[in-house]
Write a protein that binds this ligand. Sequence first.
Ligand code: SF4
Length: 346
Amino acid sequence: MHALTGLSPIRLAALVGIPVPQARKIVSVAHRKGALPRGIPQVTRETMAAVVANCHIPALEIVARESSAVDPFQKLVLASHAFERPVRFETVRIPLEKSGRFSVCVSSQAGCALACAFCATGRLGLERNLEAWEIVEQVRLVNATLTKGERVSGVVFQGMGEPMANLDRVLQAIEVITDPSALAIDARNLTVCTAGIPSGILRLANEAPNVRLALSIGSARKDVRRSLMPIDRAHAFDEVIDACVEHTKKTGYSPMWAVTPLAGVNDTDEDALALADLARRFTERAGKRPRISVIPFNAIEGDPFARSPRHRAFRDVMASVGVFSHERYSGAGDIGASCGQLAAKV
Ligand code: SF4
């Protein structure tokens, strides 16, 4: 059985052998109602029978819903019973500047194999890749928490897991999230974040050129990056940056570079100057500047790291050589929903 909510109309039509216009109607109803009614106008009985025989609409269990006391973030802890072994993962509703607009930070894997030193998910190890429908359903469930006039207008693949390590399903989910008959979210408001998998970055540029890219830098000093992000041993940072240049040339979009200063680890003037130099070289090659986001570190239990007190100094050092950055607000630390804190705990 195929999960209907993980299929775009074109995939559904090809899988079940039905006309695309009827597949559009079916997908639209499935996403609006979360179920398949018996009859849909303009959908023949034969088509409906083929869909019912081949597809189902699975659901995720909402294990917990936690709202931050300090800002309007909300975290959903979800469970999937799709396979023999149930898994848990999290999704975060992020308020945008424009009132009534939200972004959803979705998980692409339960756990993560990449073990970045500053990340709670990385400590869990990888349980499994999420299916396309499990990714799409996170957006639909957040949508269902909204009231009249509010809507989800963006999605960031920055929850649990490395999206590029589950790229087939991530791309399939993107098809559904952006399809006008399904969730109809503008692809330009989608961002896929990676710790640095060059082949994935290139594939994203080719197969979803309207989707934006974010790269976790760790540090632009190679030895420091390697000590924080074990993926650096598998994929040299130079190759990651080469792929990032190609992505920018192909899509015309500046990448977002995320850096999280950790006290005494990657927050020195040397780190700031190395990042500024990397950004300058990138700009020369790609023709666009990276948008550098400095993200506050959110400590998790047993953490060997502390938030750097040098954010301002770090940004000032970069600015002194003409490279500008912005400080990103990272909310919901009180409910463990900030960047790097997601661990599917209730
Ligand atoms: S930061 Fe991302 S890639 Fe690194 S361990 Fe955490 S979830 Fe995985």
